[in-house]
Design a binder for this molecule. Structure first.
Ligand code: C2E
Ligand code: MG
Ligand code: MG
Length: 714
C-alpha cells in the first residue's frame, strides 16, 4: 500500500465520551497500519453532517450516543453512508447489538476494552479492504443480474441438492414463479418439463449436469408446464457450476420458448406437403399415403385404386381468359373433387391441371369406375368464375392394385397412361389401364425424344400435293405436307408425330421450319421460271396461338423475298372456335398482308355459318371423310352439295379433299365444286416430282379420262 495515500485517509470517529475518544486517537496516532487522519464528533447528527461533506474513508462508531442509541444508530448512519465501511466500538456487555449491526451491514466490531493501536489499525484496514471487495462484488452481481435479465433466454440455477437459487426475468415469466418465491424450493417444483411426445416428465437437465459434471446439450421436444398449466415447447441446455476448488456446487440451465419456431416448422412441413394453390396434398404427400395404403392393402388382401385426372383443354381457358381465371377454376375443381371422396381417400394435385385420387379401400374395380362416373357428373355443372360460366370436363385413367402395379410409382404411371387413352377416346370419359397402353406411352416418349433432335438433324421433308381446278384441270396450287425421315423407322406420316409435337410444344419450331422450307421452295420454283401458284401449309392451333406467329410469317416471307399471295395457310375449325375475337384480329392481319386463308377439314368441327361470315377466309376445304362416300351415302352427298352451295354463295373457294375416283370427281364437278385434291390426281410427292408436274401438268391418261381438252399446265 502506498504510504502517501494513507496520509489522506480520513477516519470519522463518532464517540460521545471524550476520554474514550482521546484514547482511540492516541492509539491510532502512529499505529502499525496507519497513519490515519482522525476527525472526532460526539453526536450522530454531527457525524451525519460530516459524512455528507464526503471524504471519509471509514467510520468508528459507538452505538450509544446522546442523540441515538442501539442498533437504530447504525441504521440511520447506514442510510446516509452506505458505501463507507463502519467499524463498531462496542462495550463488552453490548456485544449482541454489535453483532446485530454487522447483520445490518456494518463491517466489523471491536471491544473498547481491548483497544490498542496495533489491533485497531489492523481492524480498520480490514474493514476498508472488505468494503472495497464487497462493493466490487456488488457491482459484479449487478452487472450479471442486468445482463441475465436483459437476454431473451430464460436462466435458472440450482444448488447441488437441486434447490433453486436463481431465476432471471424471462425464467420468472416462463415458469410463473418469482425469484423470491422460487428461491430454495426444489427445482422439480418450479421447473416442470415433460416430453412433448410421451408426456412423461423429463429428467431435469440441471440434475444431469450436476450428476455428470459436464454440460448437457439441447434436448429435443421438451415442453415446459408453466405454474398455471400452460404448456410451452422449449429448447434447453445446462452446465455445472464449479466452486473455486473445482467441485460442483450446482448448475445453471438456459432455455427458450420455441413455440414460434415449432409453428414455423409445422407450417413449413405443411407447405412442403401441400399444393399452394388448392391446399390439396401434393405428390410428396400422395406418395406417402399411397405407400402406406399399399402396405395395408397388402396385409388385408384388399384392392385399392389410383385415379389420374386431367382437365380437358384447360390450356384454352388459361390462354384465353388468363391465369387468374385458370387458377380459380382449378380451385373450384379441387373443391368439387373433395366432395366425391371419403375421408380415408386422398385427393392430390400433381401440378398443372392434373389431379390424382387415391381410393384406399375398394371391394371391386367397378367401385373405382362408379367413382369416376360420379366425378365426371359432378364436374358437369358449370363453374362460375369472375363473371364467366365455365364448363370443363375431365379425362380419367384408373389403375387398380394389385393387378396394375404393386408399388406407388407403377400405379400412378399406369393410371396416367390410361388417362392418356381416355383423351384419345375423345375426352370426358374414364379408362381402366391395360398393359398395351404402356407400349403406347413408351412409343410416345421415344417419339418425343427423337423429335427434339429431328430439326437439327434435318430429318424433315415436305411433300407436295397438287390442287386442281376441277373445271379446267389446271394446277391451282399445292399443299405442303410434312414427312419425317426417322433414322430407324423410315418415313413417318404426320399422324405418327404431329399430335405429340403439339402436346410438347415442339410443333412451334417444326412449323417454323415448314413455313421457311415451303417459302424457300416456292422461291426456287419462281427463280426457275415456273409458276407454282400458292403453296398451302398446315398450321396447328398451338402454332397459331404461339406468340410471334404472325411476325414469323412476315419475317420468312421477307427473308425468301416471296409475295404473300404465294402463301396459303390452312387452319382447322378448332382454331376458329377458340377465343373468337383475337382469332379474327390475327386473321385480319394475315389477310391484310395478302396471305391466303383456308379452313381445313371443313365439316368435322362445329363452325357455324355466322362464324364463316365473320372470318376473312378464302377457301373451304371439304373434309375427305364426306368426299369419300359422296357416291354411296346420300347424307354425305347432301352435306357436300350444301357446303359447295354455301361456299359459292359466300364467294369462297370450295376445295374437295381426298378425291380418289372418277365418280367422286364427276359428282363434284356437277355440283360446281371449284377445286379438288386427292390421289386421283396425284399423291403428295417430293419437290423434284412436283417440279415435273409443274412443268408437264397432270399426266396424259388422267387428262383424257377427265375430259379436259385444254392444256393443264402453265
Ligand atoms: P390435311 O391437311 O387434311 O392433309 C390432307 C391429308 O390427306 C394428307 O395426309 C394427304 O396425304 C391425305 N390425302 C390426300 N389425298 C388423299 C386421298 O385421295 N385419299 C386419302 N385417303 N388421303 C389423301 P397426311 O400427309 O398424312 O397429313 C395428315 C394431316 O397431318 C394433315 O391433314 C394435316 O392436318 C397434318 N399435317 C400435315 N403436314 C403438316 C404440317 O406441316 N404441319 C401441321 N401442323 N400439320 C400437318
Ligand atoms: Mg391441310
Ligand atoms: Mg384436310
Amino acid at each position: 500500500m502506498d504510504e502517501m495515500d494513507d496520509m489522506d485517509e480520513k477516519i470519522l470517529l463518532i464517540e460521545s465520551d471524550p476520554a474514550a475518544a482521546r484514547l482511540i486517537r492516541e492509539a491510532l496516532a502512529d499505529a502499525r497500519y496507519g497513519p490515519f487522519a482522525i476527525e472526532w464528533v460526539a453526536t450522530l447528527s454531527d457525524g451525519l453532517d460530516r459524512l455528507d461533506k464526503g471524504g471519509i474513508k471509514a467510520v468508528l462508531l459507538n452505538l450509544s450516543l446522546p442523540d441515538s442509541q442501539g442498533i437504530a444508530t447504525f441504521d440511520k448512519l447506514y442510510v446516509t453512508a452506505v458505501h463507507v465501511p463502519v467499524l463498531i466500538l462496542s462495550d463488552l456487555d453490548q456485544e449482541g447489538i454489535a453483532q446485530q449491526a454487522i447483520q445490518h451491514g456494518a463491517q466489523d466490531y471491536v471491544l473498547k476494552d481491548h483497544i490498542d493501536g496495533y489491533s485497531l489499525s489492523h481492524a480498520l484496514r480490514n474493514v476498508m479492504a472488505r468494503k472495497v471487495a464487497e462493493e466490487e462484488l456488488f457491482i459484479e452481481r449487478e452487472r450479471a443480474q442486468v445482463t441475465l435479465d436483459s437476454i431473451g433466454d430464460a436462466v435458472i440455477s440450482a444448488d447441488i441438492v437441486g434447490n433453486v437459487t436463481y431465476l432471471n426475468l424471462v425464467a420468472e415469466r416462463m415458469t410463473g414463479w418469482s425469484r423470491e418465491e422460487a428461491a430454495g424450493r426444489p427445482l422439480a417444483e418450479v421447473l416442470k418439463i415433460i416430453d412433448g411426445a410421451t408426456r412423461e416428465p423429463c429428467r431435469s437437465p440441471i440434475e444431469l449436469a450436476v450428476q455428470h459434471n459436464k454440460p448437457v446439450g439441447l434436448s429435443a421436444n421438451c415442453v415446459l408446464v408453466r405454474r398455471d398449466g400452460v404448456e410451452l415447447p422449449i429448447e434447453d441446455s445446462a452446465a455445472p457450476i464449479h466452486a473455486r476448488g473445482g467441485h460442483v456446487i450446482g448448475a445453471v440451465m438456459v432455455f427458450h420458448d420455441v413455440s414460434a419456431a415449432r409453428t414455423m416448422v409445422l407450417k413449413m412441413s405443411h407447405l412442403a406437403q401441400h399444393d399452394a394453390l388448392t391446399d390439396l396434398p401434393n405428390r410428396v404427400l400422395l406418395n406417402d399415403r399411397l405407400t402406406q395404403a399399399l402396405s395395408l392393402a397388402r396385409r388385408r388382401r384388399k384392392l385399392l385404386a389410383v385415379l389420374f385426372l386431367d382437365l380437358d383443354l384447360f390450356k384454352n381457358i388459361n390462354d384465353s381468359l388468363g391465369h387468374l381465371v385458370g387458377d380459380k377454376l382449378l380451385q373450384s375443381v379441387a373443391d368439387r373433387l373433395l366432395t366425391c371422396v371419403r375421408s380415408s381417400d386422398t385427393v392430390s394435385r400433381q401440378g398443372g391441371d392434373e389431379f390424382v385420387i387415391l381410393l384406399s379401400d375398394i371391394e371391386h374395380s367397378e367401385d373405382a369406375a362408379r367413382r369416376a362416373e360420379n366425378i365426371i357428373s359432378v364436374l358437369e355443372d358449370y363453374h362460375r368464375i369472375a363473371e364467366h360460366d365455365l364448363n370443363i370436363t375431365m379425362s380419367i385413367g384408373i389403375s387398380v392394385y394389385p393387378g396394375d402395379g404393386e408399388d406407388a410409382e407403377t400405379l400412378i404411371k399406369n393410371a396416367d397412361a390410361a388417362m392418356y387413352h381416355a383423351k384419345q377416346k375423345g375426352r370426358n370419359n374414364y379408362q381402366f389401364f391395360k398393359q398395351e397402353m404402356n407400349d403406347m406411352v413408351v412409343e410416345r416418349q421415344s417419339i418425343e425424344a427423337s423429335l427434339r433432335r429431328a430439326i437439327a438433324r434435318q430429318e424433315f421433308v415436305l411433300h407436295y400435293q397438287p390442287k386442281i381446278n376441277l373445271e379446267t384441270g389446271e394446277i391451282t396450287g399445292a399443299e405442303a405436307l410434312l414427312r419425317w425421315l426417322h433414322p430407324t423407322r423410315g418415313l413417318l406420316a404426320p399422324k405418327k408425330f404431329v399430335a405429340v409435337a403439339e402436346e410438347c410444344g415442339l410443333i412451334v419450331p417444326i412449323g417454323r421450319w415448314v413455313l421457311r422450307e415451303a417459302c424457300r421452295q416456292v422461291r426456287a420454283w419462281l427463280d426457275a421460271g415456273l409458276r407454282p401458284a400458292p403453296v398451302a401449309i398446315n398450321i396447328s392451333a398451338v402454332e397459331f396461338r404461339s406468340k410471334d406467329f404472325i411476325e414469323g410469317v412476315r419475317d420468312i416471307l421477307k427473308e425468301t423475298r416471296l409475295e404473300p399471295r404465294y402463301l396459303e395457310i390452312e387452319l382447322t375449325e378448332s382454331v376458329l372456335m377458340q377465343d373468337g375475337e383475337s382469332t379474327i384480329a390475327a386473321l385480319q392481319v394475315l389477310n391484310a398482308m395478302g396471305v391466303q386463308l383456308a379452313i381445313d377439314d371443313f365439316g368435322t368441327g362445329y363452325s357455324s355459318l355466322s362464324y364463316l361470315k365473320r372470318f376473312p377466309i378464302d377457301t373451304l376445304k371439304i373434309d375427305q371423310s364426306f368426299v369419300h362416300d359422296i357416291t354411296i351415302d346420300p347424307d354425305d352427298a347432301t352435306i357436300v352439295s350444301a357446303v359447295i352451295g354455301m361456299g359459292n354463295s359466300l364467294n369462297k373457294r370450295v376445295s374437295a379433299e381426298g378425291v380418289e375416283t372418277l365418280e367422286q370427281l364427276a359428282f363434284l364437278r356437277a355440283e360446281r365444286c371449284g377445286e379438288g385434291q386427292g390421289y386421283y390426281f396425284s399423291r403428295p410427292v417430293v419437290a423434284e416430282e412436283y417440279t415435273k408436274l409443274l412443268k408437264g401438268g397432270i399426266s396424259e391418261p388422267s387428262r383424257r379420262r377427265n375430259g379436259w381438252i385444254t392444256g393443264l399446265r402453265a
